[in-house]
Design a protein around this ligand. Structure first.
Ligand code: SF4
Length: 289
């Protein structure tokens, strides 16, 4: 397989075939993100992508899922993306689900019908970084979308039948807006009602604008107990019809895996116990991105 630059994939795609379709991220402006720093976004040539599909057809016969890397493959023009999906279907008929990253901008560029066509041709799940539902914070981190746009785009993907996995970021609003961020994120998650939500805890990456703000004293990195308070408020304000809420990423202090709404009260109780000190938190040295 031909890989270039930093390859990232969601934790749940750990066993998937990783087919790199783009290099970098089409936005690449979020102040906290160092994943594709300095990387110019581009779509890889069809020749290389087809060679990789042929390679996977030969050597990846046991993998039932495929993830199209890097950041934001949903931005690939419809015709090209359909061509890739058709080849996957033809050459890897055992693959049951194609996953991609998507952001508000790329979802905005596709109609519901186009998204439905992508779904019918294999895309089963889109991973979308919401980070926060707080409009002030969305602007501060240069996410490039308002909470209303996030809601509309999330709903659009779901209307097309594509499962949605949304990432939110504990600590991203700093101290002052921590609780507002938690409540507003709950509001947006409730409106989108995704199948999966993953809460990560902010870790500052040297070289990013947010890290520079932190060094200049313009951004406060909240403490573990404040992250837990944030998580508690967020879950309390998230009203889903059904969905998995995970906070079991390596960056998190307290691993949580809750099916909402069923496990809500139990999860809030667990967070309260951790806040009281009767449940241990993950030590700092064990955290990672
Ligand atoms: S957070 Fe996502 S959309 Fe923003 S720059 Fe990083 S990869 Fe791109």
């Amino acid at each position: 397989m031909h890989y270039e630059g930093n390859i990232i994939r969601p934790p749940s795609e750990a066993n998937s075939i990783l087919l790199q379709v783009t290099v970098g991220c089409s936005r690449n402006k979020c102040t906290f993100c160092g994943t594709f720093m300095g990387e110019r976004f581009r779509i890889k040539s069809d020749d290389i992508i087809m060679q990789d599909i042929a390679f996977a057809a030969k050597y990846c016969k046991k993998q039932r899922r495929i993830f199209l890397c890097d950041g934001d493959v949903m931005i690939v023009p419809q015709k090209r993306l359909l061509h890739i999906l058709t080849e996957i279907k033809k050459q890897l008929p055992w693959v049951t689900r194609v996953g991609v990253y998507a952001n508000a901008k790329s979802l905005k560029m596709k109609t519901v019908d186009e998204l439905r066509t992508l779904k019918d041709n294999g895309i089963g799940i889109a991973y979308m970084g919401l980070e926060t539902g707080d409009d002030v914070t969305l602007k501060n981190i240069n996410k490039g979308a308002t909470s209303e746009t996030m809601i509309q785009m999330g709903k659009k993907a779901r209307e097309a039948g594509i499962k949605l996995s949304i990432t939110v970021l504990l600590g991203i609003a700093g101290r002052e807006r921590s609780q507002i961020h938690a409540r507003e994120t709950g509001r947006v998650l409730s409106a989108i009602d995704p199948e999966y939500t993953g809460a990560l805890s902010l870790m500052l990456i040297p070289g990013t604008p947010l890290h520079k703000d932190y060094e200049a004293g313009k951004f406060t990195l909240i403490e573990p107990d404040e992250m837990l308070q944030e998580l508690r408020t967020m879950i309390a304000h998230t009203h889903m019809s059904r969905g998995l809420f995970h906070a079991n990423h390596a960056s998190n202090y307290l691993p949580i895996r809750a099916r909402l709404p069923r496990d809500k009260e139990e999860t809030l109780k667990l967070i309260d116990q951790a806040l009281e000190g009767s449940v241990a938190l993950k030590p700092e040295w064990l955290r990672a991105l």
